[in-house]
Design a protein around this ligand. Structure first.
Ligand SMILES: Cc1cc2nc3c(=O)[nH]c(=O)nc-3n(C[C@H](O)[C@H](O)[C@H](O)COP(=O)(O)O)c2cc1C
Length: 220
């Protein structure tokens, strides 16, 4: 298997330019739902770059507790059937129209991946929550690389992920959990970007004796 060549340190020696580029990339990513993603999808080299980005996620214990399963065109009908079966697992009265709607969800976006996390294999000291964080980081890397290559992307979830139909189709092991799907493709249309929270909304400062106080503190 081809190893990635390490980036020479001098490639990142202009911190200001690198930060500006990183901020632009982060800010460019927004969810583009699968129904808004069309062809062309990434070519083989682009898909390789997107998938390779995941490997740069932090991974406590280097367990590689997550994996991705590509769902190519030839497997979309089977996934659609699993979605319809999952619906019937939850609702035996689901109408044929509802089942068809469920099936149709498998046909969107040129690239579709299932994210799977292994919650208990390997070192039992590494908790499921840490594995989920690692998986989240891997997914974000993948989304950012897709964005950098000019593609739109989205995560989608739903009750079908826990269904026997889907678990069976993907042959998930006992300790494995299907986290979400990742879709990638060309942006056909997009919604306006959403307002982002600012750090003051999600950052506090620990002040011994006074608990967690707002950030920034006065004078900071
Ligand atoms: C694990 C996960 C699952 C998601 N599943 C869905 C989904 O099923 N349907 C959906 O519309 N958005 C889904 N989203 C996307 C969020 O709705 C989206 O990230 C949010 O609206 C913020 O938009 P942004 O990604 O453009 O910042 C999911 C996001 C995450 C992290």
């Amino acid at each position: 298997m081809e190893q990635e060549r390490p980036v020479p340190p001098q490639a990142l020696n202009n911190a200001a330019a690198t930060a500006e580029l990183a901020a632009a990339l982060l800010q460019a990513r927004q969810t583009i739902l699968p129904k808004r993603l069309g062809t062309p999808g990434p070519d083989a080299a682009q898909l390789q770059a997107i998938l390779a980005a995941a490997a740069h996620a932090p991974d406590h214990g280097c367990l590689l507790p997550w994996r991705f399963v590509l769902v190519p065109d030839a497997a979309r009908a089977a996934l659609g059937q699993a979605f319809a079966d999952a619906l019937r697992e939850r609702d035996a009265q689901a109408t044929p129209e509802q089942q068809e709607q469920a099936r149709e969800k498998a046909l969107r976006a040129p690239v579709l991946l299932l994210v799977v996390v292994d919650e208990c294999g390997g070192d039992p000291e590494i908790a499921p929550s840490e594995r989920l964080v690692s998986a989240g980081c891997a997914v974000q890397n993948l989304l950012l690389m897709a964005t950098a290559l000019g593609f739109g992307s989205a995560l989608t979830s739903g009750k079908a992920l826990q269904s026997q139909a889907l678990r069976g189709l993907f042959a998930l092991g006992e300790g494995e959990r299907a986290l979400c799907f990742v879709s990638v493709g060309t942006v056909v249309s997009r919604k306006p970007v959403r307002a982002r929270p600012v750090p003051a909304q999600y950052v506090g400062t620990l002040v011994p004796g006074r608990g967690v106080q707002p950030w920034p503190q006065q004078g900071e």
